[in-house]
Design a protein around this ligand. Structure first.
Ligand code: AMP
Ligand code: GLY
Length: 416
């Protein structure tokens, strides 16, 4: 099988890396990055649905897998299906589950999926009125795509005003104002074929830039996956109470969901509630999840695209895995680029896999080219040893201005 991976981040490197391990799979990526180029043939493309279609045709791809949300929201899956080419990813209409917080809340409420209480504000005045309906802290969410940075938690009225101004000027008028939930977060992702789904194991992201969940939110500074993030009963519950009702709703609406449906869950003692939907694999959750897959990945993807995911046999390693994101100076604000990266080979010599994200070739060397630069990923017999193994690799790597969290995975150690 020839597989084409659309994207150029750490998640796409992990997808390409995992596919390249499967017998009989030849991997291509567009546009890819220097890390992906080690496991796949990277080809340039115009970043439009027509451009990706041309790339898939040029390599005779049997299946195209879409990493990030932007091409899906732009309609890449619709373009492929119209051209009778296989693609794994939702249509533009189904991608609204991520592209619009207002739409996803509507689906959750109409499909009976547990989520935080909320109000939709179309103006600043409506937002101010909504603050009075909730206790602080209150959560403000921009309606549109914001690369993980469109959510602000305001602890008091002054912070809420600042948040309102920031979200409103940057992202437009509609804002979701939401009840603040507490509990343990889990990223739960299901591989969906339009009608049914199979679960991936659960993982946990670390959203903020600094240790101990301090500082502004980022796209994700690290993750771990361990068979215990959700119990089997919680996974089963999430399939029945969240994933299946969403699939049923989308199918009944004439916009069936094919691809990875990511539910950001808040686990409270009383319930599991959905914080958000994404229409793709998580980044950096994918790095830890795919590190733990034993077998059957390519087959499962193909089956989902062929509307037959129930027959897939995806098997998992029991070993926990950890991914530490190394980010550039300035992230999550404007990152500095062009810093030379040292120690990649030494890091991999420890047994870790270094997934590349914001990197570019600089002669024979590799330099930073984006906010999240690397996702250093390793595993171990226990979560404790997976953490130690990952940080041993991280310590081999250096670049000017690098930032990384020192506490990735520790939440799991505290829980168990
Ligand atoms: P979202 O993009 O909606 O997942 O939000 C990003 C992050 O903001 C989540 O992973 C949570 O850490 C936090 N968050 C979002 N909604 C809530 C909520 N209702 N209560 C508490 N934290 C939230
Ligand atoms: N790591 C969170 C996300 O991919 O949206």
């Amino acid at each position: 099988m020839k597989a084409l991976v659309i994207g150029s981040g750490g998640r796409e490197h992990a997808i390409a890396w995992r596919l390249a391990l499967e017998p009989g799979v030849e991997v291509f990526s567009t546009p890819g990055n220097p890390g992906i180029a080690r496991v796949a043939t990277c080809i340039p493309s115009d970043p439009t649905p027509a451009g990706y279609l041309a790339a898939a045709r040029s390599v005779n791809a049997d299946l195209t897998i879409v990493g990030p949300e932007a091409p899906l929201v732009a309609g890449v899956a619709d373009a492929f299906l119209a051209a009778d080419l296989k693609i794994l990813g939702p249509s533009q209409a189904a991608a609204q589950l991520e592209a619009s917080k207002v739409f996803s809340k509507k689906v959750m409420v109409e499909a009976g999926i547990p989520t935080a209480a909320y109000r939709i504000a179309n103006t600043i005045e409506e937002a101010r009125a909504a603050f009075h309906e909730f206790h602080f802290p209150v959560v403000l969410k921009a309606d549109g795509l914001a690369a993980g940075k469109g959510v602000i938690i305001a602890n008091n009225a002054a912070e809420a005003e600042d948040a309102l101004a920031a979200i409103h000027s940057a992202l437009g008028p509609r804002i979701v104002i939401e009840e603040f939930l507490t509990g343990e977060e889990a990223s739960f992702i299901a591989l969906c074929d339009g009608a049914s789904a199979i679960p991936l194991d659960a993982s946990q992201d670390h959203k903020t830039i600094y240790d101990d969940d301090r500082g502004p939110n980022t796209g994700g500074m690290g993750s771990y996956s361990d068979g215990r993030v959700l119990t089997p009963a919680q996974m089963q519950h999430a399939m029945v109470a969240v994933i299946q009702p969403t699939l049923d709703y989308m199918r009944a609406a004439g916009t069936p969901f094919v691809g990875f449906l990511y539910a950001g869950l808040m686990i409270t003692p009383a319930a599991i509630k959905v914080l958000e939907f994404n229409v793709r694999l998580g980044d950096p959750e994918t790095q830890t999840l795919l590190h733990r897959i034993q077998d059957g990945f390519a087959d499962a993807l193909l089956r989902a695209a062929n509307h037959n995911v129930a027959g897939a046999e995806l098997t998992w390693k029991s070993h926990p895995s950890v991914c530490v994101v190394m980010a550039a100076h300035g992230y999550p604000g404007k990152p500095r680029t062009g810093d030379a990266i040292h120690g990649l080979a030494q890091a991999e010599a420890t047994g870790a896999t270094v997934f590349q994200a914001g990197t570019r070739a600089a002669g024979h060397a590799i330099a930073t080219s984006g906010g999240r630069v690397l996702g250093v990923t390793s595993s171990g017999d226990s979560l404790h040893s997976a953490i130690a193994n990952t940080y041993r690799a991280v310590e081999q790597i250096s670049f000017d201005g690098m930032q990384y969290r020192k506490d990735i995975g520790r939440k799991g150690l505290k829980r168990w």
